[in-house]
Design a protein around this ligand. Structure first.
Ligand code: PAF
Length: 276
């Protein structure tokens, strides 16, 4: 497995590879990442994984400082999976916080994560765009767990005509239903158990939403359920899979999305579903 840290070496090496499939990560790899990588490996052996904790996507400095950095175990996981190359750029060379140009998102007022994480998606798009320009992948693998991130990056790639196909990958869950996330490491054993309430509630909501007309009632009911269980809910909402807006009456492919805090730990999750 090739470990590349320098930008000039990265540019040279990645341009020599054919049909690269790229899995961007911030490290602290768990079963969710392994799923992304396994999907990638099924397509081509030229899988490039990046590890970079991107400062520009953290709206909370403490969150950035406390983000788990586990490079040694990450590298051993990647080696065991048979990854071709790992790109671990350094912040200085990427010059990410000090650029002459910046990304602005238009028409992205969904009342979802962008409302609670100022500048987050601008930071995500900036780093993914830089990494894609360095790695020049044919495919970009992204998890559905970060549903809005997936949506924003798909739009970005489409708007700017990147010759890249996005491969969305299903969320991997703990036995109790909790979506795998690096943030789960911050939860105590009892919080880990309690966190499964999120999944159980959105699953039940998705089952009870049989028509567009009962969505708003169900959203309120399940929000109240979770508030009563001491959850601090940022949003719990049913949206169109295609637009992430409130669904029109003709739309059948929906997604229930949630962001909620347990103590001060913020968790997100979603479930796609269809109505008749
Ligand atoms: O999903 C993540 O881990 C990050 O947002 C990403 C896509 C690696 C960009 O830093």
């Amino acid at each position: 497995m090739k470990i590349i840290k320098k930008l000039d070496i990265a540019k040279n090496y990645f341009s020599s590879l054919q049909e690269v499939i790229f899995v961007p990560t911030m490290g602290n790899l768990h079963a969710g990442h392994i799923q992304l990588i396994n999907v990638a490996l099924k397509k081509t052996p030229n899988v490039v994984v990046s590890i970079f904790v991107n400062p520009t996507q953290f709206n909370d400095q403490n969150d950035y400082i406390n983000y788990p950095r586990t490079i040694k175990s990450d590298l051993s996981i990647l080696k065991n999976l048979g990854i071709n190359s790992v790109f671990i750029p350094n912040e200085e060379e990427l010059n990410i916080s000090n650029q002459e140009f910046s990304i602005t998102l238009n028409n992205q007022d969904f009342g979802l994560c962008e409302k609670y994480r100022d500048g987050h998606f601008e930071g995500v798009v900036t780093i993914v765009s830089k990494l894609c320009n360095i790695i020049k992948p044919k495919y970009l693998v992204l998890g559905k767990k970060d549903y809005q991130q997936l949506h924003v990056l798909q739009k970005y790639i489409q708007n700017f005509c990147y010759p890249i196909k996005v491969l969305p990958v299903k969320t991997v869950r703990e036995k109790n239903g909790l979506a795998m996330s690096s943030r789960n490491n911050l939860l105590t054993a009892s919080q880990l158990e309690k966190a499964s309430e999120l999944y159980k509630n959105i699953l039940e909501l998705s089952k009870q939403c049989r028509s567009i007309t009962n969505i708003s009632k169900s959203e309120k009911k399940f929000t109240q359920n979770l508030i009563a269980k001491d959850w601090n809910i940022e949003y719990l909402t049913v949206r169109s899979q295609k637009t992430l807006l409130h669904p029109k009456s003709s739309e059948k492919h929906l997604v229930v999305m949630i962001a909620a805090k347990i103590e001060n730990i913020r968790l997100i999750d979603n479930i796609e579903f269809c109505i008749n």
